[in-house]
Write a protein that binds this ligand. Sequence first.
Ligand SMILES: [Cu+2]
Length: 138
Amino acid sequence: MKKTIVKIGLASAIALIGVNCSLIAGSSSSVEIVNRKHKTETFKVYGNCGMCEKTIEESLKNVRGVEKADWNKETKMIEVTFDAEVLSLKEIKQKIADVGYDTDEVRATEKAYNGLPGCCQYERPKSNNEHHKHEHKH
Ligand SMILES: [Cu+2]
């Protein structure tokens, strides 16, 4: 009789641990555990809408060393999982700038920015290294 109670107690304890484990596995840190060579960085990319999201994420899609890129249009933050031995964070930001999107570190060229669809022409951050240039006024 006593034995049965102990058994039941153990079984429920294991069940509880099981639940906890699956909760931990579901958290955002699971990527880093699975692949230690990759690291995940989160930074701001200026943009507007769902179309921006597509363009930004596609700019990193077939880039060697980039595992995953996920931009959030609400927060304007991108989460990139990449292999730091293959490419640097700066190179990733350059890829994003190449398709027309600014980050705080790498700025897109006027040409790339102007090439974006009208709805995607987000409000650009003030730049430090272009203060000597004329502001384009309509
Ligand atoms: Cu857009």
